[in-house]
Ligand binder design. Sequence first.
Ligand code: GTP
Ligand code: MG
Length: 933
Amino acid sequence: LHLYQNELSSLPERFGLLTTIRVLDLRGNKFAVFPSAILSLTQLKELNISQNKIAVVPDNIEKLWQLTDLLMDHNQLSFLPETLGNLSQLRELRVQGNPLACVPECIKKLKRLQSLSLGNFLGLGQEDGYTISELPEDVAKLNLLTIMTVRGGILTSLPDTFGTLRLKELDFSFNLFAEIPKQVIEVSTLEKLNLCYNRLTNLPGDVHKLQKLKTMILYGNEIKELPPSALKLSRLVMLNLDHNQLTTLPDDIGKLESLEYLLMSGNNMDFLPEGLCTLKSLFHLNISDNNVEVLPADFGKLPRLKSARHLHTHGNPLVQPPRRICDAGMVAIRSYQEQLQRTEVVRTPRIKLCVFGDSLAGKTSLVYGLMYGKPPRAASQTSRTRVTKINTWDTKMGLEFEVYDFGGNQLYNLMYQHFLTDGAVNIVTVNMQSYNPSRFYNAVGYWLDLLNARSPGSTVLLVGTHADKCKPEKLRDRCEDVQAQVEVLQRRQLQEAQAQEERVDILVEKTGKQSKPGIKVKDILPEWVRERRDKAKALLENRLEIFPKLMPVGLGKNIQGITELKNELMSKVSSIDKFPVMKRLVPQTWSDLQKVLQDERRKPRLWLTWRECVRLGQRVGLNIEKLRLALDHLQLTGTLLRFPHVPSLSDYVFHHPGKLAGVIREALTPNMESVLKEGKIRFPDVRWNDLTDAISVFRDMNLLSSKLLEGLLKPCSSEIHDEKALVSLLEACELCFSVKDDSVQEVLFASCHYFPGYQQASQPADLIDIWSEDLPNHREQLQLGCQIRGFCPPGLLERWSARINRLVQERRDWKDGMVAYRGGVPLLVERVQDGANVEVILSTRGQIKEAFRMWNATLPLLTHLLELLGEWPGALFSTYVTCAHCVKQKLENPYRYPEENLHQPYVVGMTSVRCPRSMYKDSVSAMLVHPQL
Ligand SMILES: Nc1nc2c(ncn2[C@@H]2O[C@H](COP(=O)(O)OP(=O)(O)OP(=O)(O)O)[C@@H](O)[C@H]2O)c(=O)[nH]1
Ligand SMILES: [Mg+2]
C-alpha cells in the first residue's frame, strides 16, 4: 500500500485490520507519533515511514516480526528501542537523518542485516552531540552487511574490527576523517566508497588494495594530489574529486584504464598532463572552475569523450584551444589541434658552429671577424674566453649560426662535454705565427681526436690565424705541414676504427660460439656485444670530414681571408644530408616553440625544468613526443641544451646555453686563488683571516667552502634561481660534489665542495695505512680495469669521480687516484698512463669469503664509467679482470681475463680458473674472475 507524500498525521485504529499488507509506504507524511495501527499488520515485510516527524519508535515494534525492510530516514528519532533487535528477519534498516547520538545497541542482534544507514542531517546536530561519534566494535559482527552508510557523523576513526566486514558500498560522507582509515582499506570487497565532505588531504599509499573499487567519491575534501597507488585502481569507473585542492594530475593518469567519469571541478589545476589523453574509457570529464589555460595537445583524440554534454570546461582561462573552440565540443577541439600540428612555414635555418683551438689561437678574433667583417679593435673584445661564449651570427645570406667560441685554457676542456652535441659544423683554429710541426698535436690533432670521439662524422674546417704575421713562404710551409699531419692523423683514426672492428668481430665470434648450435649468431649475441658491434660499425662509417685545405686568415689591422672562409662555410653546410636543419620547412609548432623559448630567455631565469618545458610545449600544441623532436631540432641548431640521458641533469632544459656557461664559468677558473683573494668585495661577511684559511684549504685540499662557492655564484643568481640552486646545478653537471664534516666547528669549513678538476696533488705517502704495498695474509685482491685506447675524453674521469662520490665513504683523492671504502672493504682507484692508453684500475681487498662485497665495491663504479663513456661514441675502450693469482704472486704483466667474464656472473659450482700466466699450472677461484651479483 503506497500512501507516500500525503498530509497524513494519523491512521485510524481500523487500519490495523488490513493484516495482509506486506508493503507499506508512508514516506513524506506528517506523522508526529508512530501510528500504533501499523503494529497489527503482522505480515508486514517492508515499512517505509521516512520523512515524517516521529520521535519515538514503540517497544512493541517487535510485533512486526516479519519485517525485512524498515526505513525511517529523516525523522526525529533520538534513540531506538532495544526490542528492535528482535526483528530477526530485518535485511535493511535505515535511520539516517535522525539525531541518534550513538549506534543503537540492538543493531548487533540483527544478524541478517545487509544494509544499514545511520547518521544525522548534514551539519545538524554535529555541534550538540546528536550525531554519531564512533562505531561500536560489534558492527563487525554483522557479517552479512554489504551496504553501510554513516552520513553526517563526526567520525574520525574506526574500531579495529571494522576491516573484517565484507561491504560492497560504504558511505562515510560528511564526517571528520582526516585520512582514509586503514580499516577501510582492509575491506577489500568494496566497490563504492563515498567520503565526500571529510577532511582528507591525501590518499593512503595502499589505497590500491581496494582492487574491486569502481566508484570513489571524494568531493569537498582538501586533497592536493593523487598518489601513484591510486593509479593502480584498475577497475575504477568513477572518480569524483570536485572541490579539492588539486593543482595537477599525475602524468600516468592514463593507467586508470576503466575510468569513465572524472570530475575535478573547483580545484586549483593549471596544468593537465598528457596522460589524460590516454584515458581510453573516459566518457565524462568535468574540469570546470580551475585555472587551465591549455588543453594537452592530443586532447581531441580522447576516443570516447565525444558528446559536448559530457565535457565541462567552463570557468577556466582557456587560450589553447580558445574558449569558443572548447565550447564547440570535441570535434572542433580535435580539428583545431590537428591543424596546429600540420602547418609548416619557411624560416631562416640556424646551424651550430663550434670554434676550437689552443689558448690564444685567435678564436674570438676569428668569430668577431666573421660576424662583423673586421678585426676586433679593443683588447677587451678578445680578452680570454672563459668556458665558452655563445653568439648568434646572422650571415645575411639566409642562414644563421649559433657560434660557440670555446675558451682555449685546458681547464675548460673538462666541461666541453656539456656543450658538444651532434650536428654542428666545427672550426679548428691554429696560430700560424707560433706554429711548428712539433706543436701539431696540441694545436690541431687534439681537437680532431676530441671531435672524432664525441661526434664521429663531424665536419671540420681548419683555419690558420695570424697569417698577416707570417712571411708567405713560411705560411705555405706551415700550412702544408698541418695538412700533411692531418692526413696522417686521419689514417691513424681509420686504422683505430678498423682495429676496433676486428676486435669486435673476435668478440662476436667468441660470444657467438658459446651459444648453442643452430641458432643464428645475431639472434643470441648478448646485448652488450651487439652494442659494441653497432658502435664499431658506426665509427668506421662516420669518419671526420675535414676540409683538406687549411684556410689562412689575418685578423690584424687589415683583415684577410674572411670572405673566402665565409663562402667555404656556406658551401659546407648546404648539404642537407649532413645538416638536416638546413631544411627550410619545419612544423609551425616548432617555430612557435622557438619563439616561446626566446621569450623565456628574456626572463631572469637560467634554465627551465622539464615540466615547465612540457607546459610551453602544450601552449604551442606539442605533445611530449613531438616536443622531444622539436627540442632535438633546437639542440641541433645550438639554441638549446638538454641531457635526457644524464640522470642528474635530466630535469634541466637549458633554453639559454650561454647562461649555463656563465654559471660554470664562475666556478671553473684557472686563477681561483686570486679570485678568492679579491674576496672582500664578493664575500663581505667573511673575515680576512678566514678567507686566507679558506684559500689555503682550497690550495692544499681542493676543497672550496660552500659558502664561498655560493658567494662566487652570486652574480649569476636571479630572482628565480638562488645561489643554492646554482650549486646544485654544478653538482648536477658533475663538476663538484659536496663534502660535509660535522666535526668541524667553523661554519665556513663545515660544508665544502670538492672539485676533481682542480686536483693536482700526487699520491700521498701515508697511503700504506689503508692500502699496504703487499697484499696482507689470507687476503685476495680483486682488480677490474678499463683500458681507454688512444684518446681519453677530457673531463671524463673528473666527472666520473664526482658521479661515484655517493657510492663510497671516507674517500681521499689525489690527481690520479683515490682510496675509499665501500661496503666495508677498501677501494683503490688509479689512473695510469700506459703509452698512448689510459688505464683506470679499480682494486679492492678482502678474504675470499668476502668476494660478493668485493665485487659490489668495484663493479658498480666501473658501470658508471662505462655509462659516461657511452656519451663518447668514438672512444675506444675495453674492460678486464686482472688475474688475482698474478696479483698475489706479484707477477709482471698480470694476466687480464677479458671483458666477457664480467658479463658471466659467478654461479655456485663453477670450477676454478687456470691462470694462463703460470702456464695453466696454478688456478684462481672463479669467484675472483666472474662477478658475484
Ligand atoms: N695580427 C693578428 N693578431 C691576431 C690574429 N688573431 C688573433 N690575434 C690576436 O691574438 C690574441 C689572442 O686572440 P684571441 O682571439 O683572444 O684568442 P682566443 O683563441 O680567443 O684565446 P682564448 O679565448 O684565450 O682561448 C689577441 O691579442 C688578438 O688580437 C691574427 O690573425 N692576426
Ligand atoms: Mg677567445
